[in-house]
Ligand binder design. Structure first.
Ligand SMILES: [Zn+2]
Length: 73
């Protein structure tokens, strides 16, 4: 008896980078330092424009969304 269902596709771990996080914040000014690990960077201050409602960190790509009162008028 011959086995024909041999594994043709070896399991490979994809090396996709960590996707940017989306963080809901309650303030329009956020200090981001990328957190711990490879995404760490010097602390920068980001400002969420109320009309826009969100801002991306230019360093680590985190997506900050204004929530709660910050999203209000
Ligand atoms: Zn950042």
């Amino acid at each position: 008896m011959r086995q024909t269902d041999c594994a043709m596709t070896p399991q490979t771990t994809p090396t996709t980078p960590t996707p940017p996080e989306t963080l809901v914040v309650q303030a329009t000014r956020i200090a981001c330092d990328g957190g711990e690990g490879a995404l760490g960077h010097p602390r920068v201050w980001l400002t969420i424009v109320p009309e826009v409602g969100h801002v991306d960190c230019p360093y680590c790509g985190r997506h900050y969304v204004a929530g709660g009162d910050a999203a209000a008028h």
